[in-house]
Each structure stands twice: as C-alpha cells, then as structure tokens.
Design a protein around this ligand. Structure first.
Ligand code: UD1
Length: 340
C-alpha cells in the first residue's frame, strides 16, 4: 500500500516509517518540522535503503492537504502529527485544540474526497483519565483526560467514531499508546526532545550522557512497590510494529473502527527504570526525590489482550532492551539530531 505518515519525522513516526517500509509498503511523509529535525529524513533513507519523500507543511492548511491528496496516490494514512506536551497544553490550550483537531479534520476531508478510507490514529493511554481501574481495557467508559492535550485525543476519538458510524466504509484503527521509550537498535534514530525533557526516559538519558546534572524523581510516597510511580513502558520498536499489524488487520476486516491498547501489560517504577538504565549504560544516574508532579497517577498499565489476540501483536522487548537502545542512540548522538 502507499501509506502517508503524518508526523513521520517525529519520534514514533520515524520508527514506524522504517517498519512500514520493511513490511513492503511505499511510504511518504508529511511533517511541519515543528518538533522534528529535517536531519531525520536522511537517516530514514539510509535505514530503509530507499528514498522517503517528504512534504513539509502543516496539515491544518486545508488547501495544501487537499493538493497533496490530489497529486499523490494515498491508500492509507497513519496519523501521528500533533502537539503532545501535557504541561505545555495547559499553558496554551487553544493551540492544542486548534492544531490537533484542525489537522485531523483536514485529513479526514481530503481522504474522503480522494477515496482513501484507511486510517491509523495515534491516541494515548491518557484518555483513561484517573478513574479507570487497572489494567486499562479498551471498553472502559467514560473517557476523560485531565489535560487539554489528553482531551484533544478524547475528542478526536469521538469524531472518528461519529464519522465511522455514518459512513461504514471507513477502516479506522485507534491505537492507545502507553509510555513509548527506546530507539531503533542501530542508534541512528531516537527521541530528540526540544529543551528540557518532560518525560522520564529522555531525562535519564541526558543525565547519563552529561547534558543534565541530576534527575528529579517526582514523589516516593505513592502506594506502589517502592513508592515511586509505575508506568507501562513500551519499546518504540514494538509500538512501531503495532501500526503495521493494525494496518494489516483493518485492511482485511469489515469493521469501520476498532480501538487497541499498545502496551506490555506490566508496570515498572521510576526507581526500577533508573536502575535498569544504570545497568545498561554503566553510567551513574544521580537523583533527588522531590515532591509529586501535579496530575501524575500512581500507576498505569495496559491490558494488551485485545491487541495480542486480534492483531497477533505482542510487545517482546524488555525494559533492559529499552534502556540499552535508548543509551545507544543517546551516546552516539549526545545532542540528538543537532550533531548532524
Ligand atoms: C506523559 C503523558 C502521556 C504521554 C507520555 C509520553 C499524561 C498524564 N501523561 O505520561 O499522555 O503519552 O507522557 O509523552 O497525560 N518522572 C520523574 N522525573 C522526571 C520525569 C518524570 O520522576 O523528570 C516520573 C513521573 O512522575 C512519572 C514517570 O516518571 O511517574 C513517567 O513520567 P513521563 O515520562 O512524563 O510519562 P507520563 O507522565 O506517564
């Protein structure tokens, strides 16, 4: 299939481009490079041994989106593009609602006009909110997120369900990611956050490589095994392959829309992740325990049974693999893509 990957220069998008290409798909990328570096594209060409065409514009531009579909054959879309920082979304909610919703609307309209009805959408475990029982299951309702970022995911999921309800020719996969970490085993592509990382794994990696002095651990008085928060970390390579599996499934089903969790089903605490990273890198990770971060839940992990059974997909990489691959990427590229 000819697959358009929106946000294909980003962290999860770039890894998915490699897996889609390896599975025999012909991939093209659209990215506004708002939170991604153009240098990633040359790395993707080298990793895939082909040329991945890239269209550099913002999908909120309906005319440009329409022109893309008018000039390129597109059989399916994997839609990653969007703003994704939780704290930032609290500071500028309008930007998040406008960007994440408008880009999806442009895409859906252009797809409809040009006869493309196959879509894989990047959602997030954040849609389960703070009331859902563990482990999170896809049929849990009501969905409610506690940040504007998370609410854009809930809203888009709702839009997709309404669209698929009235037009059952759609084939839509909604994928709810848990905590993506890790990097391609080559070390050629990985996560390259702008500024100070908000998320745990990139922060740890930057401490290990000497870009930051110390990690701050947000709270050790949670009701968990060691008092620090537990999360379902999933290797980005497993996650990327989940998109290939979802695309295969929706191309051969008569269900207009279906949701799958992509997680391992296991929780790992902050302290366990720090220790695993020290083992994988051989570097000490000095840390201080500080107060809780507003909005953090004690624990979050998936019930991945539905994806295991229906997609034939299982996350196979361990936390040690996640740390080893993150470290390979970070140590080979201490300043991310800026080193190019
Ligand atoms: C957040 C978002 C999630 C998003 C994910 C990946 C929420 C509530 N969370 O998940 O939607 O998909 O990022 O982008 O919507 N921690 C520290 N020190 C740090 C950073 C983090 O101790 O410097 C701790 C946090 O308190 C948390 C754990 O590490 O317990 C994981 O944090 P993080 O990597 O930011 O992920 P989430 O908050 O789970």
């Amino acid at each position: 299939m000819r697959v358009l990957v929106s946000g294909g220069a980003g962290y999860i998008g770039s890894h998915t481009v490699v897996h889609l290409t390896a599975a025999g798909h012909d991939v093209l990328v659209v990215d506004n490079f708002g939170n991604a570096k153009p240098a990633v594209m040359a790395r993707l060409d080298a990793l895939t041994n082909t040329h991945i065409p890239v269209h550099a514009f913002d999908l909120t531009d309906r005319d440009k989106t329409e022109r893309l579909f008018a000039t390129e054959q597109v059989d399916a879309v994997v839609h990653f593009a969007g703003l994704k920082a939780v704290g930032d979304s609290v500071q500028r909610p309008l930007d998040y609602y406008e960007n994440n919703l408008q880009s999806t609307f442009s895409l859906l309209r252009a797809m409809r006009r040009h006869g493309c009805s196959t879509l894989v959408f990047s959602s997030s475990a954040t849609v389960y909110g703070d009331q859902a029982p563990l482990p999170y299951r896809e049929d849990y309702e009501p969905l409610q997120a506690n940040s504007p970022y998370g609410r854009t995911k809930v809203m888009i999921e709702t839009v997709l369900r309404d669209v698929a309800h009235i037009d059952p020719s759609w084939r839509i996969a909604v994928l709810r990611y848990f905590n993506p970490v890790g990097a391609h085993p080559s070390g050629a592509i990985g996560e390259d956050p702008q500024g100070i990382p908000n998320n745990l794994m990139p922060f740890i990696a930057q401490v290990a490589v000497g870009r930051r002095d110390r990690l701050r651990i947000f709270g050790d008085d949670y009701p968990t095994t060691d008092g620090t928060c537990e999360r379902d970390y999933i290797h980005v390579e497993d996650l990327a392959y989940g998109h290939v599996a979802a695309l295969n499934r929706i191309a051969s089903t008569d269900e207009p829309i279906r949701t799958w969790n992509l997680g391992t089903g296991r929780g790992t605490s902050v302290l366990e992740l720090v220790k695993a990273f020290e083992r994988a890198s051989g570097m000490p990770i000095p840390y201080d325990i500080v107060g809780r971060r507003t909005g953090d839940l004690p624990a979050s992990w998936a019930d991945p049974t539905r994806a295991n059974e229906e997609l034939g997909w299982v996350a196979t990489r361990t936390v040690d693999d996640m740390c080893a691959d993150t470290w390979r990427w970070q140590s080979q590229n201490p300043n991310g893509y800026e080193d190019v």
